[in-house]
Unconditional design. Structure first.
Length: 249
C-alpha cells in the first residue's frame, strides 16, 4: 500500500507545481527544454511537467535612487549628484533573454550616464538647466536599455551637493548681486524723483500764480499744526502782482 501512495504523492506534487497563476501586473516567460516559447498571462495556465519552466516578470513601474556620484564639472568644480529613475518592462521576453538582471543593469547604466552627462556641463548650467539635463539623461538611458525591452519614462536629478568653499562663494556672490540691484533701484528712484522735480520747477517758473498757490497751501498746512507764530519766506515774484496793478493805474 505504501508503495502505491508514494508515486501518487510525487505525481500530485509535480502536477501542483505545473499549475501557475500570473497576476494582472505580471507575465510568465516560458521556456521549453531551454528554448524560449513566449510570454503568458495574466491568469491560470499549465506547464508541461519537467519540460517547461517559467520566469515571472513584473510590468509595474520601478523607481530607484542612483547613489551619489562624485563628478568633476566642465569648469573643474567637484560635486556630488544623485538622481531618481523611473522605468518599467515593456517586453518581458527580452528582459529575461537579453540581459541577466535587467534591474541591476539599468542601475549601472544610469550611474555611468549620470557621471558622463553632468561632467560635460558647467556648474551654472547644472543648477539653472536641470530640466534640460533630466531630459537628456532620460533619452540616453532609454536608448541603451531599449534592447532589453525596458522603457525609461523619467529621470530627475535629486540633489547637487557642492563643496563648502563653493557654497560660501555663491552666498557672497548672491549678496553682492542683491546689493547691486538695491543700488540700481535707488538710483532709478532718484532719477525719477529728479525728473518730477524738474517738471514741477518748470511749471512753477512758467506760471507764477502756481507758485503763489503753493505757498498759500503750505501756510494752510502749517497753520493746522496749531503754531502760535508762523514765519515763512515770501518770494519776490509775489509782489510783482501788486507792481503790475500800480503800473496800470
Amino acid at each position: 500500500m505504501g508503495f502505491v501512495i508514494i508515486p501518487v504523492v510525487i505525481i500530485f506534487l509535480i502536477l501542483a507545481n505545473s499549475i501557475k497563476v500570473v497576476n494582472e501586473y505580471e507575465r510568465g516567460v516560458i521556456f521549453r527544454l531551454g528554448r524560449l516559447v513566449g510570454a503568458r498571462g495574466p491568469g491560470l495556465f499549465f506547464l508541461i511537467p519537467l519540460i517547461e519552466r517559467m520566469v515571472k516578470v513584473s510590468l509595474r513601474t520601478v523607481t530607484f535612487d542612483v547613489t551619489p556620484q562624485e563628478v568633476m564639472t566642465k569648469d573643474n568644480v567637484p560635486i556630488k549628484v544623485n538622481a531618481v529613475v523611473w522605468f518599467r518592462v515593456m517586453e518581458p521576453t527580452k528582459s529575461v533573454v537579453e540581459v541577466e538582471n535587467y534591474q541591476i543593469a539599468t542601475i549601472q547604466i544610469a550611474q555611468t550616464t549620470l557621471r558622463g552627462i553632468v561632467g560635460h556641463h558647467e556648474l551654472d548650467e547644472i543648477l539653472a538647466e536641470r530640466e534640460k539635463i533630466n531630459q537628456r539623461l532620460q533619452q540616453i538611458i532609454d536608448e541603451q536599455t531599449d534592447p532589453w525591452g525596458i522603457k525609461v519614462s523619467m529621470v530627475e536629478i535629486k540633489e547637487v551637493e557642492l563643496p563648502e568653499t563653493m557654497k560660501r562663494a555663491m552666498a557672497r556672490q548672491a549678496e553682492v548681486e542683491r546689493e547691486r540691484r538695491a543700488k540700481v533701484i535707488n538710483a532709478e528712484g532718484e532719477l525719477q524723483a529728479s525728473e518730477k522735480l524738474r517738471d514741477a520747477a518748470r511749471i512753477l517758473a512758467e506760471i507764477p500764480q502756481a507758485l503763489h498757490l503753493r505757498y498759500l497751501q503750505t501756510a494752510t498746512e502749517i497753520a493746522t499744526e496749531k503754531n502760535s507764530t508762523l514765519v515763512f519766506p515770501i518770494p519776490m515774484e509775489f509782489f510783482k502782482i501788486f507792481e503790475k496793478k500800480e503800473e496800470k493805474k
